[in-house]
Design a protein around this ligand. Structure first.
Ligand SMILES: NC(=O)c1ccc[n+]([C@@H]2O[C@H](COP(=O)([O-])OP(=O)(O)OC[C@H]3O[C@@H](n4cnc5c(N)ncnc54)[C@H](OP(=O)(O)O)[C@@H]3O)[C@@H](O)[C@H]2O)c1
Length: 318
């Protein structure tokens, strides 16, 4: 009989997290999810009966109780506030979601003797391919939590893997990212105002991203990890944004109204993605970009959109 596996997932209402939950459930994991008061649970549609949802009240004490109740073999930590740029009002939410909540989580694991953590970082910790140079405050908070993990994995039996994701894509992505915006413009007739588009983009299909999480979990469970390992989740084949948009138009067989150069590059725009990370041993992306885009389009449910002929602004990584 297959071993009974228990997972605890944070960030389960997000794009990657909701897909991870489906994958865990389909692979027979007992799956617990931590949400907060006010989280929109519609991303659990279809699996709500198969998962156990715990609402965190923000306190360390209650998080300790949640971890005790779930008693997971592996915690998959994906919760995060992503902001490409911040304002003074964003400082507290960024620290709260990315550092305080994360630290509360490992403290709760440590108190309960839960030993395996998959943490989620970002390639944006490596501006200009440096060992550490955060693109923005969000990336700096990810690095700060890695430093916290060095403490916990150093003083306890906690072992952790941090997966540094590059860009991810797949069906039904609720985030207002490039493909969603391009898809919308084909239906509304809007023109997308873009930067000059010379930056290289590193896109990994969601199923490949999930493979990295599952492989990482296996590695932890097999006791192969000493303290903390860090891996990249990368296609290894970045593509210029302009070429990406052209390919997308060809695959969906639509002409796309894009005005290149209508916007400036963002401060600290990533022109060349980080390419110095090692991938999880045994992992390689399986879904080529063209196949992934086709699969995404086939499986994306189109929302209702209002038609107009205005212009919409976007940015590749927003
Ligand atoms: N997707 C990418 O291309 C990419 C690239 C690099 C790194 N990453 C990292 O990958 C992870 C998943 O990304 P994603 O794009 O799937 O995220 P997402 O769609 O933006 O979702 C973020 C999730 O984090 C949760 N969250 C935020 N603050 C929280 C808090 N204080 N307490 C509990 N939950 C909280 C949100 O819950 P609510 O529903 O309550 O808001 C939501 O479930 C994140 O750690 C992100 O930084 C993603």
């Amino acid at each position: 009989m297959a071993e009974h596996r228990i997972a605890l997932v944070t960030g389960g209402t997000g794009f990657v997290g909701s897909n991870l939950i489906r994958r865990l459930v389909s692979e027979g994991w007992e799956t617990h999810v931590i949400v907060r008061q006010g989280s929109d649970l519609s991303m659990f549609s279809g699996v709500e009966q198969a998962i156990q949802v715990h609402v965190h009240d923000g306190s360390t004490e209650q998080l300790i109780e949640i971890v005790k109740l779930a008693s997971p073999q592996v915690v998959f930590h994906l919760a995060s506030l992503f902001l490409a740029q911040h304002t003074p009002q964003d400082v507290e939410p960024l620290i709260h979601s990315n550092l305080l909540f994360s630290t509360q989580l490992v403290e709760a694991m440590s108190v309960n003797g839960v030993r395996h953590l998959i943490n989620t970082g970002t390639s944006w910790q490596h501006y200009e391919n440096k060992d550490y140079s955060p693109v923005c405050l969000y990336a700096a908070t990810k690095q700060a939590f890695e430093a916290v993990l060095t403490y916990y994995t150093g003083v306890s039996s906690l072992t952790a893997i941090s997966l540094k994701l590059s860009d991810t894509y797949g069906p039904n992505d609720p985030r207002a990212k490039l493909f969603t915006l391009l898809r919308t413009t084909t239906r509304t007739g809007e023109t997308l105002l873009m930067s000059p588009g010379e930056q290289m983009i590193d896109l990994v299909y969601i199923d490949d991203v999930l493979d990295a999480y599952l492989l990482g979990a296996e590695r932890l469970l097999q006791g192969k990890v000493i303290q903390h390992e860090i891996y990249a989740v990368t296609s290894g084949k970045p593509i210029k944004l302009r070429d990406l948009v052209e390919s997308y138009g060809q695959i969906i067989n639509q002409s796309l109204a894009v005005e290149w150069g209508a916007r400036a590059y963002r401060p600290r725009e990533i022109m060349l993605p980080w390419n110095k990370g090692q991938v999880v041993p045994g992992w390689a992306p399986k879904v080529a970009l063209a196949a992934g885009i086709a699969r995404m389009e086939q499986n994306t449910r189109l929302p209702e959109v209002a038609t107009n002929t205005g212009a919409r602004k976007t940015h590749a990584e927003d």
